[in-house]
Every structure is written in C-alpha cells, then in structure tokens.
Design a protein around this ligand. Sequence first.
Ligand code: GLU
Ligand code: MG
Length: 471
Amino acid sequence: MTTLADPVPGGRPGEVERATALSGELAGRGVHGVVLAYVDTAGVGRVKTVPVARLASAVAWGVGMSPVFDTFLANDSVVTTDVLGSPDGDLRLYPDLDRLVVLAGQPGWAWAPVDRVTQDGERHPGCTRTFLRRIVTEAAERHGLTFRAAVEVEWTMARGDAPGDTFVPATTGPAYGAVRQVELGDCTAELLRACAAQGIDVEQVHPEYAPGQFEISVGALDPVAAADRSVLVRQTVRAVALRHGFRVSFAPAVVGQGVGNGGHVHLSAWRDGVNLHSGGEGRYGMTADAESFTAGILAHLPALTAVTAPSPASHLRLRPSQWAGVFTAWGHETRETALRVVTGTAGQRDRAANLEIKPVDLAANPYLAIGSLIAAGLDGLTSRAALPGETTGDPARPAAAGTAQAAEARGVRRLPVTLEQAVEEFRADGVLRAALGPVLADAVIAVRRGELASVAGLDDEQVAAAYRWVY
Ligand code: GLU
Ligand code: MG
C-alpha cells in the first residue's frame, strides 16, 4: 500500500534513518544515482537525479525543481494560468522510499516517484500524485472505499537506426503474430527479466495490432502505486529497448492513420475487502454501488477525455472501430465500448472483476487520469446514478448495436472528436473541476489549449510526427 501521509520537511518519522541505510545498501549494489520521477500536466515524464549519497537529504528536504513544469507543453514551451507558468518560485521533490526500485534495465540507477511540496512544506496544488493521494484518502474517509487499478501499456517498437525522427517499425509480421515474437524475443525476454527484478508482476506481453506495436499488462495495485508502476514500466520498456538498438514510442498515434497506442485503465472499487464489481444483484454481478460508479464514469466521459486523452495526437487514435472505445457506452467484454465490464473467469470473479476504461492513452498523466476517473465514479455512486442499458457489438455499426434510436435512448454518443471539444466539455464539468481543484483544473485547460495552438494548421501526419517521440 502507498503511504497516504504527506511528505514533511525534515522527513516523515524514521525516514532519514531509512534513507541513510538504503543509500549504503544501494551503493553496495552498484547504484550511483537515483532518478526522481514525475509526470507533468501535458503527460510528459520529467526527472531530476541525485547521487545515491544524497538520498537522505532528498527525503528530508526534497530536491529543487521549478513549478513552471505544471504548464510546460510537450514541445517544452510554456503557457501560463493566473498562478502557474511564472519563472519565479521553487518546489521540492520528495521521493517515496516505498516505491524506490533498482532499475534492472539501467545499471547504476535506482528510481523513485516523487511528491512535490512547497518550500514552506505545504502540498503543492499542481502536484498530480498528491491529487491522487487526496482523492483516494477522501474516498476511504467518506465512502469507506478502496480501489485497485492497473494501466495497460501499449507501445511501438521502432528501428533506432531510422533517419532523423522518422518511424520505421522494428518488426515485420502480422498483428499478434509469432513472427514478431521471434524477431524481438531477446528484447522482450530481457524486459520480463527487468520487470521481475523490479517487483513488477507482469501478466502478459504480446505483439499488438499496429506495425511494431507491443503491449504489457501488469497486476493491479492501489491507485497511487498503479500510476507509479505505469511510469516505471515505461522507463523500463524504453531502457531495455534502447539497449537492443530500438526506439520506443508511447504516443497515442505514431502515424496519422491506423490503430494507436492505448493506456487502458482497469479499475475496481472495494469495501471491507469485498470487490463491488462481483457477487452483486446488478448486471453481470455488479453491486448497486458498482453500477452507479460505472454510470458516473460513463456520464463524465466526454469531459474526462480532456484528462485521459490529452494530446492533439490522442484524437488521431480516438477513431471508431479501432478498439479505442470512442462511444459513451458500456458492454460486457465489448472491445468497442468506452467501458468494458470485465467479469473474469468463473472461480476468480471475486478478485478479478473490474471495469476497463478504454479512451485513455499514455499521453495522459496517470495520476490525473486515475484520480479523475475515481472522482467521476464517486459522483455516480453518491447520486445513485442509474446505469443505462448495455451495448453489444460495435456502436459505430448501429445494425450490430441495435437501431440508432435505441442507441440514442441509451445515451450512446461519440466522444469529443477534437481536443478543443474535450476541453469545452471539461470546462463545463463542475464535478471534475472541483475534484482537481482550481490550480490543476486551470493548468489542464491552459496546457490543452497551448497544445492545440502549437499544432494549428498541421495535418494528421504532422501532428503524429510532432508528438511521436515525446511520451
Ligand atoms: N490499441 C488499441 C487502443 O488504442 C487497443 C487494443 C486492445 O484492445 O488491446 O486502445
Ligand atoms: Mg492492447
């Protein structure tokens, strides 16, 4: 479990002693530096690193980094809100020792996610990891709920020797094909070894649909740990691939057309150790709370996409009939609805049942995405929202999904087709904005608008190229 206690100047009780012992142990294992990792509002992973001997100082006093990254764009230019984007001020990065791992794919390095705290020792309202801890804490206090989450990571393996920033797939062979598994077998075996060494329980690795595409799925954890893990998985995939001469892209769309890279989120709500998505009186074993939680996410999905699919490139991926889930609909094991109710197989449903949210990609900040999804679900749960009827088949083909009128009666509609529309939905969603708080909500709006301005006039291929290598 992730500690829900905020970092404090001087260190949480016992932490400095723990860090001192740990840094000696790490040095003995050949570690020289610790990567302090977080994800900015635009979804870009940002880091500072410290020598291993500075770990105790880092947990006591943090490591300086400007708050300006809250309004950085993916191209490293800066936008502003009324309180963010100024060159003034400083924040302190506090590593979470519970999540520190020695990086198997990067000899000499350890890694830890950070919370960002003001110089006065206060929570930084723009810190997305702190935001997710707050959402999880409030859910426990107000509703007696805990959650389990996992992020599926899809990525594209490209040849490292391709000229410039062009994309040449690192594999041949068809989707899910044995050819690809053999061609990249050395690299993916090393990835499995690195994940195991880092305590990541991998469920599957497989060649995916699009050229050069692969996917890794990992076990579920508490929400903060799951978000941390998704960042670590990407760091590991990239590092291992690079050692094999490959370049990696987690961008939602590596090229202008075709299937993109998703970052589907699996989420389940639990009370007193019982999974609310199983063993209930509702559809497919959902309890009334799980149905309302699902209804809440469904109702907020158009606005949520500003958080879960935040890049102009996200909208190249969010197209019908590409398994990205672009309709506000749910279905049982349906790959084309935004929400897939996963019941698991007989014998393990009490543990395995969950909700899969598909219109999420890896340009999304995972802390913001998971926290916003939980906030939306809790809104449904609190208001006892009714879950509309299920959808079967592909909603893009009404003949399969029932008549167009029947789909409309169930509230099935296309998610925003542009980032601009998504931002307008987000702006109009008081529940989500209140959950994020004004500083983060304004940062989301300003950064999305900044991204839109930065791609004005570009065609799909140029948009894909602009974001191909940043995530
Ligand atoms: N690549 C698809 C996406 O963009 C998902 C494929 C799958 O269901 O695994 O979401
Ligand atoms: Mg997949």
